[in-house]
Write a protein that binds this ligand. Structure first.
Ligand code: NAD
Length: 270
């Protein structure tokens, strides 16, 4: 019978794998038998995560990276293939907002610092484009590959304040579709590129934007909840089923799509 969701022994690379959402993805994928290559900046966090995965019977390796640095990524890809022999899936998870690229409540667009805007575009957009190209080269040699990018609710309709982040994530969605067409038309249907689009999840980067010190929601936090039919923020585990679908053969005729996981935020008006 069909075994579409089987990801045992798939080699899955995840950038930003030590982050809040990344960590839960790494643990989940390893628990389902994937060999996970965790790429992130912080070696201490990375080593601790690998130790935890291994103590639970999973297989994972950590490599320090900078997703905007092509030379480092090329070395990462070589090290992964040396150890695991192939690369089946790339999850471009590294990304995030930067305070300088946002417009504060008492500011206007004229206060925007273009250098900070550029930095956030560099991390989120180029930090997806460069790894995609570096790892796709190995996938093309292997005649099979699958890339999952991480977009954001801010890409679908601009959110107030996060000007740079929203622009960068919108470009990630566009690049997802571009790359899906590029790889499939030139190399065949064994190449797929999709995006996972999380709604609002409380993580270290947005905690102070969404919650007060006593745990209650800020005005912005309350506004988001009021616009979310499920009336709650996401838990990292809410993403895992959709991620599993995208990295597995269950989605083998699916490419260039954006899978929204947001408790209904995007579908809801008043
Ligand atoms: N938290 C949310 O609500 C939310 C919503 C939508 C999308 N996202 C996206 O999901 C992804 C994960 O977000 P998170 O909330 O877990 O954030 P996080 O800050 O916890 O994790 C981000 C990870 O990216 C890594 N990283 C940052 N810059 C890097 C660089 N130059 N090179 C390599 N690694 C780098 C960090 O080390 C960290 O591991 C991001 O792309 C984020 O934009 C998050």
């Amino acid at each position: 019978m069909y075994d579409f969701f089987n990801i045992k022994d798939k080699v899955i690379v995840i950038t930003g794998g030590t982050g809040v959402l990344g960590t839960s993805m790494v643990e989940y994928l390893a628990a389902h038998g994937a060999k996970v290559a965790v790429l992130a900046r912080n070696k201490e966090k990375g080593d601790a995560l690998i130790e935890k995965v291994k103590s639970e019977g999973g297989e994972a390796m950590f490599l320090q990276t900078d997703v905007t640095d092509e030379a480092v990524l090329k070395q990462n890809a070589k090290d992964i293939v040396d150890k695991y022999g192939k690369i089946d899936v790339l999850i471009n998870g590294a990304g995030g907002n930067m305070p300088g690229a946002t417009i504060g409540p008492n500011n206007t667009i004229f206060d925007l610092k273009s250098d900070d805007f550029r930095k956030v575009v560099d991390l989120n957009l180029m930090g997806t484009v460069i790894p995609s190209i570096v790892f796709a080269e190995y996938m093309v040699k292997a005649k099979k590959g699958n890339i999952v990018n991480i977009s954001s609710a801010s890409a679908l309709r601009p959110l107030t304040r996060v000007a740079g982040y929203g622009a960068a994530k919108a470009a990630v969605t566009n690049f997802t579709k571009y790359m899906a067409g590029e790889l499939a038309t030139k190399f065949g249907e064994d190449f797929r590129v999709n995006a996972l689009c999380p709604g609002f999840f409380i993580t270290e980067q947005n905690r102070t934007l969404l919650t007060n010190a006593d745990g209650s929601y800020t005005d912005r936090g309350n506004t988001i909840i009021a616009h979310t039919p499920f009336r709650r923020f996401g838990d990292p585990e809410d993403l895992l089923g959709t991620l599993h679908y995208l990295v597995s053969d269950a989605s083998k005729f699916v490419t260039g799509t954006v899978a929204i996981v947001d408790g209904g935020f995007d579908a809801f008006s008043i």
